[in-house]
Ligand binder design. Structure first.
Ligand SMILES: [Zn+2]
Length: 310
């Protein structure tokens, strides 16, 4: 190999390695990496889509997803696994078992947190309450007030995670239930303005909880043409959210949408379609000393890799 070719190969190789989230040793010493994996609108898709020539045939399935997540956890020191709601409804698994299987499998995959989608209330507040013991992960929801319902005190508005000293605040926002969910399924649940609540959450998480990264699990929907609040409007109207992991509109984004504020702060919005066909992956780097965000890399991971056993 000529020296010139060797140099080029080395440079490309190094860039390739860096893209995979394993930076140079010197860089690594100064950097903490955080890998956020996420799903939305799983809709009770336990199994892959039948491989019968349809779009996304053979893709998805919780077993394959579990294998993928396990692989990534082996490679990365700091992983958070999050879901943005509508775990339920869409296959007979939900109709027969009421969501028990979905919650159990997500617990086995070690989900760190999820928020509620409108379909997660399809069996009413009682139906959700009955299944909560099967979820070994918390639901975060900041703009549903369940005080006058049987779900009082069952959820937190946010949760703070700490990975190698980096503090990550994760809060949840739900969609207006009135008109979308039968009244007798949400009963006296009070809906709070997501923009006002998000501003409070940013203040609480950034200032009081000293978070270095603020993540919103949103079931508001990606984008609407009318006045209805969506993730894009939320990102524009609220400063200080780093990442909105969206849901509800089943939007497939090849890469996150970036909203830049006048302050220079950037909010990323991502959503990975529905049914667990894709796993979203966002890798943030932080300066080890200052804990400030230095870099972000994103990937849309298809859940169709052959499951190999070693
Ligand atoms: Zn939904």
């Amino acid at each position: 190999m000529k020296r010139r070719d060797f140099l080029r190969t080395t440079a490309v190789g190094a860039a390739g390695i860096s893209l995979l989230g394993v930076p140079f040793a010197a860089e690594a010493a100064q950097t903490i990496n955080l890998t956020i994996l996420h799903t939305n609108d799983q809709h009770s898709r336990i199994e892959p889509f039948p491989d019968d020539g349809r779009k996304y045939g053979g893709m998805g399935g919780m077993a394959k997803r579990a294998t993928l997540i396990e692989q990534i956890r082996k490679e990365e020191p700091n992983v958070l696994l999050l879901d943005s709601g509508d775990i339920w409804q869409g296959t007979p698994y939900f109709n027969f078992f009421g969501g028990e299987l979905e919650f159990k499998l997500m617990s086995q995959m070690k989900y760190d947190a999820a928020t509620l989608g409108n379909h997660d209330l399809d069996n009413g507040l009682r139906g959700l309450e009955k299944m909560l013991p099967f979820a070994d992960f918390p639901f975060v929801t900041a703009n549903y007030d369940f005080s006058n319902t049987i779900l009082k005190n069952r959820f937190e508005p946010y949760k703070v995670f700490e990975k190698q000293g980096v503090r990550i605040g994760v809060f949840g926002l739900g969609i207006e239930l009135d008109g979308l969910v039968a009244k007798n399924n949400f009963e006296q649940t009070v809906y709070l303005d997501p923009v006002a609540v998000a501003k409070e959450m940013v203040q609480e998480l950034r200032v009081n909880q000293k978070c270095n990264l603020v993540v919103c699990l949103s079931h508001l929907g990606y984008k609407y043409e009318d006045e209805k609040i969506d993730d894009v409007k939320l990102a524009q109207q609220v400063q200080g959210i780093d990442l909105i992991l969206g849901a509800h509109t089943h939007t497939f984004l090849d890469q996150p949408t970036a909203i830049l504020h006048d302050s220079g702060h950037e909010t990323l919005i991502n959503q990975v379609g529905w049914s667990g066909i894709f796993l979203g992956r966002i890798d943030f780097s932080f300066n080890r000393k200052s804990k400030k965000r230095t870099d972000v890399r994103t990937a849309l991971v298809p859940v169709n890799t052959p499951v190999t056993t070693s």
